[in-house]
Design a protein. Sequence first.
Length: 495
Amino acid sequence: MVKRKSVAVIGGGVSGLAAAKAFDERGHRVSGFERSHDFGGVWELSRSYPDVQTQSPKDLYCYTDHPMPEHYPEWPKGPQVHAYLHSYADKHRLSRLFRLNTNILSMDRRTDGAPGWCLTIEEAGRQRQENFDFVAICTGQFSDKNIITHPGQEQFIAQGGEVIHSSDYTDPSMMKGKRVVVLGGSKSATDIAVNAAKNGAKQVTMVYRENVWRVPYFVGGINFKKLLYMRAQEQQFNQWGKNPFQRVIAAALKPLVWANFRGLETLLKLQLGLKKWKMVPDTPIEKEASCSLPIVTPGLFESFKSGKVKPIQGTFDHYEGNEVILTTGDRVEADLIVLAVGWKLGIPYLAQEYRDKLIESDGQYRTFRLSVNPDLPEMGFVGFNSSFCTILSAEMIANWLVRYADGQLAQQPSRSEMNANIEMMLDWRRRERPAAQVYGGLCSAPFHFKHFDELLADMGAKKRKRDNPLAEQFSYPSAPAYGEFIASAPQYQAQ
Ligand SMILES: Cc1cc2nc3c(=O)[nH]c(=O)nc-3n(C[C@H](O)[C@H](O)[C@H](O)COP(=O)(O)OP(=O)(O)OC[C@H]3O[C@@H](n4cnc5c(N)ncnc54)[C@H](O)[C@@H]3O)c2cc1C
């Protein structure tokens, strides 16, 4: 018999909702904590910059039992995703499980000697402590702003300049008539540069450090979901855990794989005019593909062409008066600086002694299936297996994690099996696939199918693939199909 547990879910974004549903469904007492006034995480309205939209097409960015509305565009806008998350919470009555405006300040082992964790919770200006049998950490990879400064910034601000983090850009009117410099080359940097130009900025400069491959929504006129998300494509990247036979096959197919990716690169170079903009990356695309691979902001290259956005490869050195001096020696006059330099990955509320067990000195996380660590019992991560279809990844791992917590996986891993797997994955990331080290190694893309296969096998799912082998090989992961696969795993209720 599985005993009912008290379970804390920290975070009310995509992953917190998936975790709360999965644990609640099995009969556990769930207490969700979200520090903001609303659900949604990165999609919460006060955190979204104007015109933000998904990188994933809508049928790849949804829960298994809840498609995005038909009238939504293929790549929904931020407020639409936010409304969709609310509709999911309503459908499963998840609001009753959460306390909003509630911040978790710290997380340590229980003081009563029982297994589990003690959370220090701050709510309405008061602090209290509460013990839980299990904690699902769903605080994402975008919760703590990466704030950087450069010499001379104070004087730049004193003489009227403004410096903001990308997530603080919520009002397009602030761009009007300004000379804007965006620092960064990620999707949010290009989104904001294009948006600033559209909203009346006098001049927009985008300063970015390195050239990276960017994928447009349509590659050669075809929606990228039909080209890049296939099992057949995924198998061409160097996956982890290949057996000797798979290695021989991979070696034999290398020339074909090489030709496939050179073809894709040529197409991207021609379509986007990368040579003209001196934006051809040095790294082969197959070595770079991971969660940090950006989608091209619609209108980006058109803005370069019209001169509305000027790209400069380099970074900031310092400020002088109202100018930013770049490492290239360029001097750029500016009124507003947008630092699109991302987020600090971490779990700041987890006591240091446990963070030391979890995070290696090079920042790589020691997690089994991107979710649990044998030295940190009674806790696991949801959504730290980020991907190109993170809602589905979060739901998959949430369903895996509740079974892990209850000892109900068909293949419940032993401590030594988990450690051996963690070492193998660390070694693979460090030696064979450095791109997989982004976000502390917490990214399952582009290996969605392989990751999901492992989770379903652990769960003992009877059905793990679509009936049509061609659809399975040559089309993108289907959220409803994964709903069926999860449902084919043994079911149980905690009492
Ligand atoms: C602009 C943008 C576009 C994106 N587009 C895509 C896309 O198209 N496809 C895709 O797969 N992914 C995309 N992503 C990645 C995105 O982060 C994930 O898809 C997903 O939304 C992450 O959800 P999450 O719940 O794991 O984390 P978050 O959305 O970051 O939610 C974490 C929550 O935890 C809360 N929290 C943090 N600390 C505490 C604490 N101490 N106490 C209480 N609460 C706390 C935060 O307030 C937040 O609400 C995008 C990200 C951004 C920023």
